[in-house]
Unconditional design. Structure first.
Length: 59
């Protein structure tokens, strides 16, 4: 019921981590996936973290 309040108080880093996890778990819509891939294109650290999570998930 109060999820929208919780979302308002999340930091940008928390939101980015949630997106990253959803991306690795293939839970994003095509539009969300495209936006996230555009974010990664401009952020080397985000790409590295995504690769780290993918490797961890495969282990």
């Amino acid at each position: 019921m109060f999820d929208w309040i919780r979302n308002l108080t999340k930091s940008a880093a928390e939101k980015q981590q949630e997106l990253l996890t959803a991306y690795v778990d293939d839970e994003l819509t095509p539009a969300e996936r495209q936006r996230f891939e555009q974010m990664m294109a401009g952020d080397e650290l985000l790409r590295a973290e995504m690769e780290r999570q993918r490797l961890f998930k495969r282990a």
